[in-house]
Design a protein around this ligand. Structure first.
Ligand SMILES: [Fe+2]
Length: 480
């Protein structure tokens, strides 16, 4: 390439013979020259030219790839229905008075009891006000657990309540299977107890949680579109992984591999902790790089700006976001969040392409893990399963702060096709009775606190669900 050679020499540079040979028939003249000039060297060697050619070729491939990206999702109108009835936003009425607590528990009990009445059983239902009259009979009692302990003989003793009265239940250790199942009963559980009334006790023969129906048809969408699940981005934290998030954004723009999948993305759901917040726990400010909460949300909104405009974004707040601490949480103030975001409360329900999604941040996973020995931070999907089984998103009252609204928005009235949770910064997936459970991990690095706890998060892993085929894939953006 005589022209390039002479241009190099014009710049006052010298070049080795071997390097000169490499320039023959090289089409990337301009890029190679720029690369060589940026080296700030007087004598150009073979290795310098090799590197320059490689860089020019890579840039060429990249430009070609970018120009060929065609977003299929752009061609579809969104099919997104928010179930506002399930969202507390704008409806908080509680004053935290005694009567509010009474109403809250009545509502929780009544709605879970309704679900428990759906399951048929040969035993007739008995209210606790009538239980003493039924001595010697067998029945089904729907009640809330107010106390649980082991007796001196090693049996399990429960105190229960319904809207009409209170009573006592014994679960014998001699029924090993039942006894083991009963270890998972927690305070405030609403369950159906099947058993025989014997004087002051109900001798439990079996029990069940409200649970999901055993079989349900898997819902798939007609359109070949995909949903991305994110949570716990923590803008403002010094542990926030900007580089990983940049890799994700490049992917969604069709510039970072898996273009076919990227082109199908029509929805992004975010299950809370958009920012790191302020004053979340003592000394949290030491973990911040941006100490103004409004500026933290500006960073989130800049991120939203980068997401292609044909993608619908749904988000709920987490315990680090600027809303009240107790659940259910109303949506963030409108002014804080980019107007294109469907800014909902926590929890929230949305039907996307006919597929029912329940979004919950997951704060109560902490109290569930400490109450139930078989659960751990390593397997978030197992904790999620316990929520589904109980049809409640924060079963232990007081374990994590609940605001006593007159409607318990944490009762899982719907049977979600997809249950999306975050909070513990660890990706996890599973199926439970036809519900796909997704914990979408984080974009925050391992914190000092997590190191002390021995908790290993999984940052930069993004689940993507193809709604037509039911395929779930996790993309790894770590290392960016
Ligand atoms: Fe978080």
């Amino acid at each position: 390439m005589v022209v390039l050679l002479s241009r190099i020499k014009e710049k006052g540079l010298r070049i080795s013979l071997e390097a000169e040979k490499l320039l023959e028939n090289e089409p990337f003249e301009e890029q190679i020259l720029n690369e060589i000039l940026s080296l700030d060297k007087v004598f150009i060697e073979k290795e310098d030219i090799e590197k320059a050619i490689n860089k020019a070729k890579k840039a060429y491939v990249e430009v070609k790839r970018q120009s060929s990206f065609r977003a299929l999702a752009r061609e579809y109108s969104p099919d997104l229905k928010i179930i506002h009835q399930r969202d507390i936003t704008g409806k908080s009425r509680t004053e935290g008075k005694v009567n509010d607590f009474v109403e809250y528990f009545k509502n929780r009990y009544s709605r879970l009891a309704r679900l428990l009445r759906k399951s048929n059983h040969k035993y007739p239902e008995i209210g606790l006000e009538d239980v003493k009259k039924m001595n010697g009979e067998r029945g089904k009692i729907i009640a809330m657990i107010t106390e649980k302990r082991e007796t001196k003989k090693g049996n399990l003793f429960l105190e229960i309540e319904d809207l009409t009265g209170a009573f006592k239940v014994v679960i014998s250790k001699s029924d090993e299977k039942l006894f083991e199942k009963a270890q998972k009963i927690i305070l405030d559980d609403v369950i159906a107890i099947y058993g025989k009334i014997l004087d002051a006790f109900i001798i439990c023969e079996d029990f069940e949680w409200p649970d999901l129906p055993i079989t349900r048809e898997k819902k798939l969408s007609e359109n070949n579109l995909a949903t991305v699940y994110l949570s716990d981005i923590h803008f403002g934290s010094r542990y926030h992984l900007e580089g990983y998030l940049e890799q994700f954004l490049l992917w969604i723009e069709g510039k970072n591999g898996s273009e076919e999948l990227a082109s199908k993305v029509k929805y992004i759901l975010i299950a809370g902790d958009l920012v790191d917040g302020i004053g979340i726990y003592p000394n949290q400010e030491k973990e911040l790089i941006v100490t103004d909460v409004y500026k933290q949300y500006e960073l989130f909104n800049d991120f939203v700006e980068r997401i292609p405009d044909y993608i619908e974004i749904v988000s709920i707040p987490g315990n680090h976001d600027a809303v009240r601490r107790g659940e259910p949480c109303p949506a963030l103030e409108k002014e804080m969040v980019h107007p294109r975001v469907h800014n909902l409360g926590n929890p929230a329900t949305a039907v996307i392409e006919g597929i029912t999604h329940t979004l919950y941040h997951g704060t109560s996973m902490d109290s569930m893990i400490s109450a139930l020995g078989h659960l751990s931070y390593k397997k978030p999907e197992k904790v999620m399963e316990e929520f589904l089984k109980r049809r409640h998103l924060s079963p232990i009252y007081g374990g994590n702060l609940i605001i006593p609204e007159h409607i318990d928005y944490l009762v899982l009235e719907e049977e979600p096709d997809i249950f999306h949770v975050g909070h513990i910064h660890k990706n996890g997936y599973g199926y439970y009775r036809g519900t796909l459970m997704i914990n979408s991990g984080t974009f925050q690095d391992r914190t000092e606190f997590q190191i002390k706890q021995g908790h290993v998060p999984t940052p930069g892993m993004v689940p993507v669900y193809e709604m037509k085929t039911g395929r779930l894939k996790t993309l790894n953006f770590a290392g960016g």
